[in-house]
Design a protein around this ligand. Structure first.
Ligand SMILES: *[C@@H]1O[C@H](CO)[C@@H](O)[C@H](O)[C@H]1NC(C)=O
Ligand SMILES: *[C@@H]1O[C@H](CO)[C@@H](O)[C@H](O)[C@H]1NC(C)=O
Ligand SMILES: *[C@@H]1O[C@H](CO)[C@@H](O)[C@H](O)[C@H]1NC(C)=O
Ligand SMILES: *[C@@H]1O[C@H](CO)[C@@H](O)[C@H](O)[C@H]1NC(C)=O
Ligand SMILES: *[C@@H]1O[C@H](CO)[C@@H](O)[C@H](O)[C@H]1NC(C)=O
Ligand SMILES: *[C@@H]1O[C@H](CO)[C@@H](O)[C@H](O)[C@H]1NC(C)=O
Ligand SMILES: *[C@@H]1O[C@H](CO)[C@@H](O)[C@H](O)[C@H]1NC(C)=O
Length: 473
């Protein structure tokens, strides 16, 4: 299998002399070097300033970004290219990427999302959703958008994408949106994607949305949004195969990671699952939502998900499965271990009647199948209720396994810590004692729940080389 990219375990910015913008202007002949490790280096590089961009936070650079990418796309079949974004505040609407391409942001570069709707082209709804998530019909293209691409790297020395989401949140609350809000990054129908070492703030809606894609690595990303901002999900792998999310820090108004695969009859017809997903070393603060959500749009199926070394702070729930009659699809073979939770409403939550349908044409016979869900080796403190596990009547969620989990309840905890309906499974070494539908197998069997030791293809590290780019400032 050809996992081409990735893994920039480290990324250094070298420059001679120092990187200060003012200084560089004073000595325009100085060459600026960017060095980093990647599987393949690009043959050609350019700075967005060569295409007329102005980093004053006020001039629109939409045309400059798009002209730059269009120009660089000629190298896609000829060694690839890099677009460098220097220090500055670069206001822009949506622009599209190309293949064999790296977008590199300097640590003091901020790509500032325009608040002018005319800077945001309207594109078709996703076929697996049938409509926009906010409105019927189309949706605004994402700030950084790519479709039908291969080998794309979006990275930086912790440079920033600022969605300036406030105006969009207001329009959402007032019902004034003409189309579904844009995301910060959406990559569609693509292969070999890396998104790394960036900070994303105040997205209008979701932050990172790989969809119908494969071989995706998201690492070293910081995502910050007010905890009351609407639908500011962190990372949403959607109908994707082979995805690795690691070393991310997310504070958000919605789920930190939401795993999806299409909505009701549209997702069933499209039939593309999210599978072979690995989440490692995620820190999440999400007071009104989940650390890791599976669904609610899961109609194409979700399977083979491994998550480990997760830190949840002040979040509504740790792992949450959301589904409903009419969704169809499945959530199966889910493995989570070593999750530490501090101040939670529920450690575990499953909801079989989430509702929220795309329209009224959903099939009432499309019953989702939830099966083989494993949680182990966890400690939680200050939890209001250990778990609320509600399956679907006559179609229970089965194969639920919880082992070696210690949940410390809050002073104002609910009297009954577990409430289970329409589920089946086992537990062992869990405190407080789980509900009767998860009978205890005895403490000697604390490793009762599986966590697959083998690694998924996306977990294999690939050899990297050192790439150096010379940037003429
Ligand atoms: C970006 O891609 C979308 C989807 O293919 C397309 O509708 C739009 O016209 C493209 N924008 C530009 C500026 O090429
Ligand atoms: C992109 O890929 C999808 C899925 O393979 C295909 O249906 C679509 O026609 C492609 N679009 C373009 C513009 O090539
Ligand atoms: C990146 O920047 C964000 C926001 O300033 C900060 O919180 C985070 O710690 C930085 N990450 C790294 C790796 O420096
Ligand atoms: C990129 O992030 C990784 C951790 O995800 C870190 O090891 C590396 O030093 C970072 N590089 C830079 C230039 O920040
Ligand atoms: C139980 O979980 C804790 C972490 O919460 C871990 O340190 C310990 O090794 C686990 N015990 C077993 C038997 O796996
Ligand atoms: C416990 O959780 C409550 C909210 O449920 C919070 O107000 C309190 O500060 C938390 N206590 C600790 C010690 O974290
Ligand atoms: C448990 O959940 C069911 C269904 O959601 C609810 O009707 C019931 O009141 C709950 N029981 C307790 C003890 O909280």
């Amino acid at each position: 299998m050809d996992v081409l990219l990735l893994l920039l375990p480290l990324l250094v910015s070298l420059s001679l002399p120092s990187l200060n913008v003012v200084e560089s202007r004073q000595t325009p002949a100085v060459e600026h070097y960017v060095e980093y490790y990647a599987v393949s280096c690009r043959a050609y590089s350019a700075s967005v300033t060569e295409f007329g961009a102005v980093g004053d936070g006020q001039t629109s650079n939409t045309r400059a970004f798009q002209t730059a990418v269009d120009h660089l796309s000629q190298y896609s079949s000829n060694g690839g290219s890099q677009l460098y974004v220097p220090p500055g505040r670069w206001l822009t609407g949506s622009f599209n990427l190309t293949s064999h391409f790296t977008l590199f942001l300097h640590k003091d570069a901020v790509i500032l999302a325009s608040q002018d709707e005319s800077e945001w082209p309207v594109i078709e709804p996703l076929p697996s959703y049938g409509r926009g998530r906010d409105t019927q019909g189309g949706r605004y293209s994402s700030l950084i958008f790519g479709t039908n691409l291969t080998d794309v790297v979006i990275t930086g020395d912790n440079g920033t994408l600022d969605g300036q989401g406030e105006v969009w949140w207001q329009k959402f609350h007032k019902g004034e949106l003409s189309y579904t809000r844009p995301y910060l990054i959406e990559i569609m129908h693509s292969d070999d994607i890396q998104i790394s070492n960036l900070t994303l703030v105040n997205s209008p809606s979701w932050n990172v949305h790989p969809v119908y894609s494969s071989n995706i690595v998201v690492r070293g990303i910081t995502i910050l949004a007010p905890v009351n901002s609407p639908n500011t999900d962190g990372i949403n792998p959607d109908s994707c195969t082979n995805t690795r999310i690691e070393d991310c820090y997310i504070v958000s108004g919605d789920d930190c990671v939401a795993v999806k695969s299409g909505w009701d009859e549209y997702g069933i017809a499209y039939g593309k699952p999210t599978k072979q997903l690995v989440i490692k070393r995620l820190t999440c603060i999400s007071p009104t939502s989940a650390v890791i959500a599976l669904g609610s749009e899961m109609s194409g199926g979700i399977e083979d998900v491994k998550a480990e070394d997760i830190l949840a702070i002040n979040s509504e729930s740790g792992v949450r499965i959301k589904t409903a009659v009419g969704r169809g699809g499945y959530v199966r073979d889910i493995y989570v271990r070593r999750m530490t939770m501090k101040t939670m409403k529920w450690a575990f939550w499953m909801t079989g009647d989430y509702g929220s349908h795309a329209d009224n044409n959903y099939d009432p016979n499309a019953i989702p199948v939830i099966q083989n869900i494993n949680y182990r080796d966890m400690v939680a403190e200050n939890v209001t209720m250990a778990a609320k596990l509600e399956g679907i009547s006559n179609a229970p969620f089965t194969g639920i396994c919880i082992s070696n989990v210690t949940i410390g309840l809050a002073k104002k905890a609910k009297k009954v810590p577990w409430n289970c309906t329409d589920i089946a499974g086992i537990s062992s070494g869990v405190t407080p004692v789980p509900c009767g539908l998860l009978p205890d197998q005895g403490v000697e069997d604390t490793a009762a729940c599986t966590f697959p030791e083998g690694s998924l293809p996306i977990e294999d590290d690939v050899e990297v080389q050192t790439c150096t780019y010379r940037i003429n400032l």
